[in-house]
Write a protein that binds this ligand. Sequence first.
Ligand SMILES: Cc1cc2nc3c(=O)[nH]c(=O)nc-3n(C[C@H](O)[C@H](O)[C@H](O)COP(=O)(O)O)c2cc1C
Length: 308
Amino acid sequence: MVMKSSVDLQTEIGGLCLKNPVMTASGTFEYAGEFIDLLDINRLGAIIVKGISLEPSAGNPPPRIVETPCGMLNAIGLENVGIHAFISEKLPFLRTLSPPLIVNIYGKRIEEYAELARHINDADGIAAIEVNISCPNVSSGGIAFGVDPLSVFEVVSAVRKQTIKPLIVKLSPNVTDITPIAISAEEAGADCLSLINTLTGMAIDIETRKPKLANITGGLSGPAIRPIAVRMVWQAVLAVSIPVIGIGGIMTASDALEFLIAGASAVQIGTANFVNPRATLDILEGIETFLLQHHIEKLADIIGTIKI
Ligand SMILES: Cc1cc2nc3c(=O)[nH]c(=O)nc-3n(C[C@H](O)[C@H](O)[C@H](O)COP(=O)(O)O)c2cc1C
């Protein structure tokens, strides 16, 4: 039998059609320019840039990154150029790239999220918004928006009112049960969910007895979190009818396939970009090879095929 040379890798995430399911995770690909000489960015399914706030932010003081077993802790503190500089300085270059551009946003108040969504809605060249709800809600005493179904509903509804662009809501794993959070985001008008963001962690230098991060705690990412992410993606897929994007410790095509089989329609690659800047394309090629070897003609035929 002659093996077919290509497979249909197209997928759809909340109204946005992607030529393949592999995209970059926010905060691990900057504004893409730094990667231009390292890989053919135009082969990606989509590009997600560093989280943007209304005002520029310098982030937390160093040290901001610590290596941990099978992962890393980061407390970058969402350093970014702010929405106005993003639109005037970063967007012109990003518009020259062919993959759809997804802008990740965060705020400390609901009004900030809404204002960011309004600016993005008016900007050309942005295909979708990803709302990071892992930030502390200043008005509610610093508890992250994403850990309470009611505040998830409020922030997602406020963003929804400001934009007609596809809305991806990025969920925090720092919750007891992801199901009510996922349902709340869907009910508030999300077109798609992405999960997981980092898990809160801490590391201590035993000689100085000080935390290794200046911020004391940080977000754990990398292969260490993958089984938790696969479990949460599977639970979210069962709970909602909108598409789900899998994120968390994806280093290889096999890792990505776990998420797709669990029901994710696409995947984001984060920490792997620091180890291998070409990780996204290696993963993409690996998914294609797997499908070819298993005589699966299109990506859609593997999504959600978990056997329980
Ligand atoms: C250095 C660093 C910066 C990050 N910045 C953001 C960010 O700005 N917004 C966001 O939603 N997630 C951010 N994340 C979370 C990632 O997008 C991703 O959800 C998480 O790292 C898990 O995926 P991974 O294990 O593949 O890295 C960041 C992660 C890292 C490691």
